[in-house]
Design a protein around this ligand. Structure first.
Ligand code: DX5
Ligand code: ZN
Length: 224
């Protein structure tokens, strides 16, 4: 099942609950929360207290994407704050296996994120202990960037690997996805499609989510 996953990074933070209920009415089942620390990426966003408040405002699956150093110190706090899935960057995690274990033991799905330049091949041995993989289609840090085309080849590669190994492993993509490239992204093999500015900078986020879900459903029907 392909899901459109709105990223609140481009939402109006002063009216967050309202923004969230808009995408909920559009049919979104998951919400993407970007956590940035000003070290791993040159930007700062939210921490566990905001996730906790969002948890009280919605029943949607909260998908937390950690773009931070020392993620192992914080993952359990994010699960306790209400995250349903937490992903950590391969590039920032010295003890990736242990960190995935912390997330799972705390009761959430554990995801591995790869930056655009990190090859899918680094996942070879760890794939069996991840619940999903997030492939960044922009360099992390900011919303509103352009999708890097070669990442779609990485998606196809990972899709082949999961089929060969019979793994039920969702592939998530994040960055630069909008109505025009969405069908291609779905056909490449993505299941969870994060989209920030295309939704929250549109005049009607509810209608945009609905439209994107329709585009994704049509593209899924012709997925090879
Ligand atoms: C970028 C973030 C994304 C961001 C995507 O570092 O991880 O989740 O919100 O935004 P758009 O869809 O505008 O590229
Ligand atoms: Zn993200």
């Amino acid at each position: 099942m392909v899901e459109i996953v709105p990223s609140i990074l481009s939402a109006d933070f002063a009216r967050l609950a309202e923004e969230i209920s808009r995408v909920e009415r559009g049919g979104a089942k998951m919400l993407h929360l970007d956590v940035m620390d000003g070290h791993f990426v040159p930007n700062l966003t939210i921490g566990p207290p905001v996730v906790e408040s969002i948890r009280k405002a919605t029943k949607l699956h909260l998908d937390v994407h950690l773009m931070i150093e020392n993620a192992e110190r914080y993952v359990v706090g994010f699960v306790e704050a209400g995250a349903n899935s937490v992903s950590v960057h391969y590039e920032s995690c010295r003890h990736l296996d242990a960190t995935l274990g912390l997330i799972r033991n705390a009761g959430a799905l554990a995801g591995i994120v790869l930056n655009p330049a990190t090859p899918v091949s680094v996942l070879e041995d760890v794939l069996g202990v991840a619940d999903y993989v997030l492939l960044m289609s922009v360099n992390p840090g900011f919303g509103g960037q352009k999708l890097i085309p070669y990442v779609l080849e990485k998606v196809r590669k990972l899709d082949r690997i999961r089929r060969e190994r019979n793994l039920a492993l969702p592939i998530e993509i994040d960055g630069g996805v909008h109505q025009e490239n969405l069908a291609e992204v779905v056909r490449a093999g993505c299941d969870w499609i994060v989209t920030g500015s295309a939704v929250f900078h549109s005049p009607d986020p509810q209608a945009t989510v609905l439209e994107m879900r329709q585009i994704a459903a049509n593209a899924t029907a012709v997925r090879v």
